[in-house]
Design a protein around this ligand. Structure first.
Ligand SMILES: [Cu+2]
Length: 237
C-alpha cells in the first residue's frame, strides 16, 4: 500500500514536471479580414491537377474567430541565463514539402545545424530559392525525379523568404534559432512552447504581413499564457 502511494506520488510529480514552463496562447486579428484570392496555377497543369481544391493565397489565414495561422512565436531573449547548451542540436529533422505547388508548411522554424529536408511531392519541376541575409543563399532546381534534398543553416536569422523560381506564387518563410523554443500557430491561431526553465523571457510573435510584437513573460512551474492581437496590415500584397 505504502509503495503504491509513493508510486502515485512520483507519477504526480512527473506530470507536474512535464507541464512546467509551457508557454501557450493565441494570436488574434483585429479588423476586417481581407479575403485570400485563389492562386492561379494554370501555367503548370501538374500544379492544377495536384489540387482537388484550388489553394488560396496565404498571407493572412484566419479561422472563424479571427485566430491567425502561420505566426512564428519564439523566445527572443532570456533574462535568466542561457537557454540551451551551446552544442545542442535536435535529433529530429525539420521538413518542408512542395505539395500541390505550395509550401507545406508555409511558415517554419528550424535550429542552427538542424537538418531540413526539402521534399518534392509534386512530380513537377520546382526550384527552391532561399533568400536569407545572414545565412548563405541557395537556389536549387528540383526536377520531378528529385524527391528530396537536405540543407542546414549555420547562423541565427530572423524569418526570411523562400520562393520557387518556376512558380512565382510559391512562397514560404523560415526562421533560424539557436534554441528549440519556437512554434508556429495552428489553424485556430494557437501556439504552445514547452520546456522553458522558470525565469524571465522576452517572447516575440512574427507574422509575414502583420509585423511583429513582443512581450515580457515570467515562466513559473505552472507555465504562462501570452496572447497577441494584430491589427490590419498597412498595405496589401
Ligand atoms: Cu515550384
Amino acid at each position: 500500500m505504502k509503495i503504491k502511494i509513493i508510486g502515485m506520488l512520483i507519477v504526480f510529480v512527473l506530470i507536474e514536471i512535464s507541464f512546467a514552463g509551457d508557454v501557450q496562447g493565441k494570436i488574434t486579428f483585429d479588423g476586417n479580414a481581407p479575403k485570400m484570392k485563389p492562386l492561379r496555377m494554370d501555367a503548370d497543369p501538374v500544379c492544377v491537377a495536384n489540387n482537388e481544391i484550388q489553394p488560396r493565397k496565404e498571407w493572412l489565414v484566419l479561422d472563424e474567430n479571427n485566430g491567425v495561422k502561420n505566426v512564428l512565436v519564439y523566445v527572443k531573449e532570456s533574462k535568466s541565463g542561457t537557454l540551451v547548451d551551446i552544442d545542442y542540436v535536435p535529433k529530429d529533422k525539420a521538413v518542408i514539402d512542395q505539395k500541390g505547388c505550395v509550401y507545406v508548411p508555409h511558415v517554419l522554424g528550424v535550429m542552427v545545424g538542424q537538418q531540413l529536408d526539402i521534399l518534392n511531392s509534386d512530380g513537377t519541376l520546382h526550384n527552391i530559392h532561399a533568400l536569407p541575409k545572414v545565412n548563405k543563399e541557395f537556389n536549387k532546381a528540383m526536377p520531378r525525379s528529385k524527391k528530396q534534398m537536405s540543407v542546414t543553416f549555420d547562423k541565427v536569422e530572423a524569418p526570411f523568404k523562400v520562393k520557387c523560381d518556376v512558380h512565382p506564387w510559391m512562397g514560404a518563410y523560415l526562421g533560424v534559432f539557436d534554441h528549440p523554443y519556437f512554434a508556429v500557430t495552428d489553424d485556430s491561431g494557437s501556439y504552445s512552447i514547452s520546456g522553458l526553465a522558470p525565469g524571465k523571457y522576452v517572447i516575440e510573435a512574427w507574422h509575414e504581413k502583420l509585423g511583429s510584437q513582443s512581450a515580457d513573460i515570467t515562466v513559473d512551474d505552472s507555465g504562462v499564457s501570452q496572447d497577441f492581437t494584430f491589427k490590419k496590415p498597412s498595405k496589401k500584397k
